[in-house]
Design a protein around this ligand. Sequence first.
Ligand code: PDD
Length: 294
Amino acid sequence: MAAPLPIACLNGAFLPLAEVRISPLDRGFLFADSVYEVLPVYAGRPFLFIEHIARLERSLGEIRMHSPLTRSEWATLLTELVARNGGGDMYLYVQVTRGAEEGRNHALNASLVPTVFLMACPLAPLDESVRITGVGAITTQDERWARCDIKSTSLLANVLAKSRAADAGETEAILLSGGWLREGSSSSVMIVCGGVLHAPPYGPEILPGTTRDLALRLAAEAGIAVRIAPIAEATLRSADEILLSFATRGVLSVTRLDGKAVGTGRPGPVWSALAAGFAHYRQILAGTPLLPAG
Ligand code: PDD
């Protein structure tokens, strides 16, 4: 994992990441009382900006907070952070905590000032071998809380699941619960059966994925049938293709699940169509404004 880029932003001030200081009494540190977003940036332009900010606003609303910035203020801040880190391709990490207080109190204190932290990280092009061979995944039980639709920084169960994948030498852990597919430890999961792209419905148990939403839209536009319905573990295991989607990598093909080949054991045609669709969509967006005029 490459080191973050040098310039970060804390509460509106740009400064070297190495100089950022946050109080140990910040509720983000004490309680994981905070939410976050991860946005890719291509050719200096944050990708799916409105979708990410809308999800941030929703996450904040679900934890009884308001966004501390307007959409236009977010756009200005993010654009400035990208420019100060030299533009090009990168990804941005945005975290909003409920703020620091005098002491450790479980109960909410409405008068706190939120902490807003942003940093930028390098986004290296996808390794060619990943395009050719895909990635491996394991399955594991979903041990997370009951509100995974909130993009909370309380990620311990995700971290442990990802570690189990790493122990097995694989890229992602696909989470199952009661015999049903949920999502990846840091990705959405879709599958292809008989040419139809399937995805589980949104609900409190999974995060609404910005990349998944775009993938399903691009698939439909490319004439691929899309079905949103719960996916049983047995269906996952017999899928022709398994796809992971997440902001930093777009769509990846899972070609090995729990050590067994998925479909042909190579990235399949729906993955290829989506990878091409994403590349094309990035070009269409290049140079366009982040927010509609007016
Ligand atoms: N994670 N589900 C989970 C649990 C995730 O952590 C993520 C993304 C997604 C996909 O969402 P999106 O397509 O909007 O990135 C689904 C980010 C990349 C992370 O935590 O780094």
